[in-house]
Design a protein around this ligand. Sequence first.
Ligand SMILES: C[S@@+](CC[C@H](N)C(=O)[O-])C[C@H]1O[C@@H](n2cnc3c(N)ncnc32)[C@H](O)[C@@H]1O
Length: 455
Amino acid sequence: MIQLFKKFLKNTPIYPFLLRFQWERKKRKIINGWKKMGNPIPPPHLIKQETVKEYAQKFSTQILIESGTYLGDMVFAMKDVFNQIYSVELDSDLYMKTKERFANAQNIHIIQGDSSKALPDLLSLIKQPCLFWLDGHYSGGITTKGALNTPILEEVKYIFAHAVKDHIILIDDARHFIGQKDYPTIEHLKELVAKERPSWVFEVKDDIIRISKFTLGYPIKINNFEGFKRKILDRISMKVILFSNKIILFIVNKEFRIAIKLWFRKQGNKNLRVNYELNQNSIVIDAGGYQGDWAFQIYNKYKCNIFIFEPIKSYYRKISERFAGVGKIQNINFGLGDCDIERHISVTKDSSSFYKKEATSSSEPCRIMSVKRFMLERDLKHVDLIKINIEGGEYDLLDKLLDSGLINQFGNLQIQFHKFIPNAFLRRRKIRRILSKTHYLTYNYPFVWENWRKK
Ligand SMILES: C[S@@+](CC[C@H](N)C(=O)[O-])C[C@H]1O[C@@H](n2cnc3c(N)ncnc32)[C@H](O)[C@@H]1O
């Protein structure tokens, strides 16, 4: 009976959607499982695939160039993402196997050779920005070793010397970059990039070195949703979605305008943002310290312990001067986030953000500290209040607190959500839905300020 039903389903037009749904569910399970374990390195291949996909979508690259085809799993996963895929494999057996695997795909080109030798010829065909997935290295087993364990420095040099200057480079296995077995150190590679592309972003995350003109700015999960949404929309009707997006935007903006009016009418800054049941033993985190005004008010009122996170050097220095000699206030020159990472921040007074760039703003490299690491290193079991005003970073940070269960260690969360992040409305809604299981809302001025208190 079940077999019959399955056979029937296979012949219906909804079958591809069911398969897609099943795959998305499986993917989510793998990604969530990996996150629950604390993002161990190396990540599952799926995370690498999602990263390549995410960069391809964000930077609209049509061509993937991979070094190290191996069994062709990355090629296979990307076959519908890119218009053209070139992959170079040194080992002749692996080359033959993958050549056969993709024999029917016109847009997939498997090339045999040492990638450091094959790249110049390949690059001579290229006239537009490509995404490079550099993964051609000796890895034991059935893989092959060329003149070097890894030709990465040669590869990167060829890419930088190419006439097209906007290629995106992703390099797998960052953990091997320790200056041994032909691998440069991360620092060495970073210096090379800084020399060739001084304003570019050099990031290391999930064991992948990412070299690109701009930072991605938002996480895989949402981009998946974006891609998925885009495909469905294409098939059903783009207009319907555009229209509903407009409606959502209209509602959010309307709600925001009302909220901001009410906030000022109620004098929220004075009456709500500094009123908590705190005492001199309380622990407070100020994520996004700026000039320390909020921390100043809270400290004056409760004389509690405050950790201020401020990634921008000039503001950090100002706060340090302001609270010099106040032992209970610790000023940390990091942003607070979901992982340890270095990123460029666009500096625009109290709107400085890793996620948006104003035409007039300058940019500076900043460090972000994972909230999990911070809590562990400081041995913090309970935080009475965290204020989060980090210009778009709140979504990643809150996702991390919720995913990891750390949320239970927070008494109050005072949050300012920002609208300029892609899918801000949906992300806020999801965060609030999960947050409401452990916390209740004490005040709510959408996209202005809201506070959640532990149940
Ligand atoms: C880690 S595997 C690649 C996995 C594949 N990129 C994926 O994501 O599914 C590394 C591959 O690089 C190949 N390799 C080693 N040195 C190479 C070189 N100099 N040029 C091209 N390929 C190389 C190895 O034979 C091996 O198949």
